[in-house]
Design a protein around this ligand. Structure first.
Ligand code: COA
Length: 339
């Protein structure tokens, strides 16, 4: 037996988000278009979900192309060159290749110098999961700079005649560049509070596996997402506020320290219910990107942050509470400093 000690200890350092970027597909889909195929109304969709319109990707707006556009914007925002990227993490449930990963293709097309690359399947919590992994990699020195992408083309897996999901899901990409902070006082990503609750697997799920979708009596068809909206709504509205509070506690901040609240854009009423339970002061800016973007799952948080920066609702240096939750059921939240 060798007595050699494997070198494994590195001095932890602080991490932060250095840049943010997003991509929104060009086609705007109104509620009027949605209700052509389902028994619903513009008014019902607005009042029950807060959605006025959403974006659906065209043929040339793929998981890869949308990711590349968002990642390039985030890198430019961070002032980081692709060769400085050591790892690319892509959170998605709509990359249509089981293998290879979207991340490997994106790392190559971005022009990174053979960065490590992998995909994460954590549905609407995907961006927060990816951010947590990236932060820990940077903190222990596994990577210098990490690109985290949340991307979805949910329109591919949405049954446009299913009134429980057709108005909700949408497409887009958001990205963040994570790197070392200048020092402990500059730390920009708080500890993640995360988990899963697999007993509620059936509340949001792909209806059938790929084999059953392809080889059935009526011929091959895309599998669709099915959702029991109300149980998800109640779980998200009540349980997720507790997780959000734990994320605040873990970072050592209170709602009075916050400038922004950016929950996953699932439903405007879920956002409002969480804000009420957290007792957010009125001056805290709340992400409401869902109104014109719909539910883009893993992309929704970085897209909402980018929009808030563009509109002036958010400024560089702001303290934000982010929380993602969705199919699994899975969830993750953390406090971040806006780059
Ligand atoms: C989907 C969602 C908007 C539905 O809102 P809700 O208040 O829970 O509505 P319910 O499902 O209880 O349905 C209420 C009524 O509206 C009807 N309804 C359902 N979908 C409808 C639609 N698209 N248009 C019109 N009526 C509809 C129902 O049949 C029901 O009618 P009833 O009262 O006569 O029985 C809401 O549950 C939701 O957003 N859930 C979470 C979704 C989510 O976050 N998913 C992804 C995870 S991140």
């Amino acid at each position: 037996m060798s007595a050699l000690t494997i070198q494994s200890e590195r001095q932890p350092r602080a991490s932060r988000i250095l840049g943010i970027g997003g991509y929104r597909p060009s086609r705007v889909v109104t509620n009027a278009e949605i209700v052509e195929q389902i028994d619903s109304s513009d008014e019902w969709i607005r009042t029950r979900s807060g959605i006025e319109s959403r974006r659906w990707a065209g043929d040339d707006e793929t998981v890869i192309s949308m990711s590349l556009a968002a990642a390039r914007k985030a890198l430019a925002d961070a002032g980081i060159q692709p060769e400085q990227v050591d790892c690319v993490i892509v959170s998605t449930v709509t990359h249509l290749y089981q293998t290879p990963s979207a991340a490997a293709q994106i790392a190559y097309e971005l022009g990174t110098n053979r960065a490590a690359a992998f995909d994460v399947s954590a549905a609407c919590a995907g961006f927060c999961y990816g951010l947590s992994l990236a932060s820990d990699m940077v903190r222990v020195g596994t990577a210098g700079h990490v690109v985290v992408i949340g991307v979805e083309r949910l329109s591919d897996l949405t049954d446009r005649t299913d009134r429980s999901t057709a108005f909700l899901f949408a497409d887009g990409a958001g990205a963040a560049v994570v790197g070392p902070a200048a020092g402990a006082a500059d730390a920009g990503i708080g500890p993640v509070v995360w988990g899963s609750d697999g007993q509620h697997l059936e509340h949001i799920t792909q209806k059938e596996n790929w084999r059953d979708a392809l080889f059935n009596e009526t011929g091959p068809a895309m599998p669709h997402l099915v959702m029991q909206g109300n149980p998800v709504f109640r779980w998200a509205s009540y349980e997720m506020a507790k997780v959000a509070q734990e994320a605040l506690d873990a970072a050592g901040v209170t709602v009075d320290d916050l400038d922004m609240f950016v929950p996953h854009q699932a439903n405007m009423r879920i956002t409002d219910a969480m804000a009420r339970q957290l007792k957010l002061p009125e001056r805290v800016a709340i992400a409401r990107d869902i109104a014109t973007q719909g539910n883009t799952s893993a992309a929704s948080i970085p897209l909402a942050i980018e929009r808030m920066l563009e509109t002036g609702e958010a400024q560089s240096g702001d303290l934000a509470l982010i929380i993602g939750f969705g199919a699994g059921l899975v969830y993750a939240g953390q406090v971040i400093r806006i780059p």
